[in-house]
Design a protein around this ligand. Sequence first.
Ligand code: G3P
Length: 225
Amino acid sequence: MLKTPVLVVNYKIYDVSYGHKALELTKVLERIADETGIEIAAAVTLPDIRLIAPKTKIAVLSQHADAIEFGSHTGFTPLENLKDAGAVGTLINHSEHRLRLAEIEFLVEKCRKLGMVSIVCTNNVATSCAAAALEPDFVAVEPPELIGGDIAVSTAKPEVISGTVEKVKRVSSRVKVLCGAGVKTGKDVSKAIELGSEGILLASGIVKAKDWERATRDIVSGMLK
Ligand code: G3P
């Protein structure tokens, strides 16, 4: 399990966030996690899991998993394969990789069996409640229209964070809530934490920053008391 507050950095697949560059970014995150004691996890591309996981102490997550058992499938990746490669958990149903409800349920259940962390991404309060009913470890709410932009969810739609926290906890107090989309600064983060978020799922604010170290330190400052 990831300790909270947690910063989950989704590397997506920018030209600076795969292969050896991704390993460099991970080393920056690891250093800052070590120094601050804040849990930072890296959601890397599937081929990079095996490159990065053995070389870092921070949690490495997959950006996606397919809802399949072993068998005659081509170009699909089951959780067992991701775990074997070194992933300790996975994003499920990211806004840029949506899944069907039955697939989400399959993956949450299988994560539980395999001892992997499940982070189900959602787009609003209602879908967050639906996801919470499946009892993943985390629900990460991200209004899609704010993803990759410059206005943070905590500024543009604070009610999505507070509403998600309130309603998800009513469904299951065990499910932790993350939020993301447009988060760029420590201020954005502290506001999200004040609204009840137990961490942040973020990409461009760090991955596309000119100075990864400076951007990450600023983001993490919003989680330090
Ligand atoms: O998975 C995180 C993501 O979708 C948010 O992206 O670039 O707005 O931080 P970004």
